[in-house]
Write a protein that binds this ligand. Structure first.
Ligand code: GDP
Ligand code: CA
Length: 335
């Protein structure tokens, strides 16, 4: 239990997988630790990947923070998977007419409002942490959203296009090329000058449970872990660290995470991702790991390798299955 009696849960998260998982966790905690007000006495803090961030049309865009903020705020376009629902693209058409921006990267009108507000806060001298808190005030997400770092760290990808080597922003490889051109390697531009924010370090240190969302192990969780000092902070935390596999039956549940894993030489299986994260007792990240029923065979092997592995359904299809997954993750932490 936390100091004020409220359980503190810290979650490492990327965009879509992170958002779905956090929504389920919020539901579960409202049930398990109700505060009598429809909310929960438990506190959730999300440490979010900012490696996909970029300056676009003069504005700071933070795709993973926004996916989580919109999803928890009930404003996400759940059908498309990202961006705002009831969106229009009039401004985007104007920007295209001026020849700025990326024609393949849609910025909807409502979404642009967020980016303008964020850029305005940053220009006023707020840190990204402060700007994120200001944006989130409006959405009442029920989760504290923390960027992993206040220093910009952008993931770039080394690719071969028509025999020519190019280094592009991660979103260009992901959205324009749909990750179909093989990645040679990922580069975290700016990482040497980055550090976890004081709020992130506190959230890790004070947590009763730390959860690793079923997010992309390379360009979401891997990017967070790549911030100098982050692994040490996690390693030193008093809380158990439980991860949820984003891979079921040898495939990414949604999206193209397999292309990222292949690029770093990790097999697309729940077991290989767990081994890549490593057992905490052996210098790695994880105390416990959840795999889907389809991957039950991996459990004894991983447990023997020092990662206590539980077999539960991992599909987050709706509110109930997502909340149950969160409950299972907390149970694996013995909570
Ligand atoms: P992104 O930043 O939007 O790419 O999202 P994340 O990094 O948070 O998550 C992407 C990962 O979420 C993908 O690798 C998927 O495998 C995983 N994912 C999405 N939906 C589910 C689900 O229902 N269950 C599980 N276990 N993983 C999921
Ligand atoms: Ca992302």
């Amino acid at each position: 239990m936390g100091l004020n009696g409220g359980v503190k849960i810290t979650v490492l998260a990327g965009g879509v997988g992170g958002a779905r998982f956090l929504r389920g966790l919020r539901t579960q905690l409202r049930k398990a630790y109700p505060n009598g007000d429809g909310g929960s006495s438990a506190e959730i803090t999300a440490v979010v990947n900012t490696g996909d961030d970029m300056w676009l049309t003069g504005l700071r865009v933070c795709p993973d923070l926004d996916s989580i903020m919109y999803t928890l705020g009930g404003a996400n376009d759940d059908e498309r998977g990202w961006g705002r629902k009831d969106e229009s693209e009039r401004v985007s058409a104007e920007l295209t007419a001026y020849g700025i921006g990326w024609p393949w990267f849609t910025l909807g009108d409502l979404d642009l409002g967020t980016h303008i507000a964020r850029s305005s806060f940053l220009r006023d001298g707020l840190t990204l942490t402060e700007a994120t808190a200001r944006l989130a005030e409006r959405w009442n997400p029920g989760v504290r959203l923390l960027p992993m770092s206040d220093q910009p760290v952008e993931t770039h990808v080394d690719i071969l296009v028509d025999g020519k080597r190019r280094i592009v922003h991660f979103e260009e490889w992901w959205v324009k090329y749909r990750a179909t051109v093989p990645a040679q390697r990922f580069i975290q531009v700016g990482v040497d000058a980055a550090k976890p924010t004081p709020s992130v370090l506190r959230a890790i240190e004070q947590a009763d449970v730390i959860l690793v969302a079923p997010s992309n192990p390379v360009v979401s969780i891997g990017t967070i872990l790549g911030v100098p000092g982050m692994r040490q902070a996690l390693h030193g935390a008093r809380a158990p660290i439980v991860g949820v596999s984003p891979i079921i039956s040898g495939a990414a549940v949604r999206g193209m995470a397999d292309a990222c894993l292949t690029a770093i030489g990790v097999e697309t299986t729940a077991a290989a991702v767990a081994k890549h994260y490593g057992a905490r007792t052996r210098g790695g990240l994880l105390d416990a790991w959840l795999v889907d029923e389809a991957d039950a065979a991996a459990a004894p092997v991983l447990t023997a390798a020092g990662i206590r592995t539980t077999v539960v359904p991992l599909w987050m299809n709706d509110a109930d299955t997502s909340a149950q997954l969160a409950a299972d993750a907390l149970a694996a932490a013995r909570f």
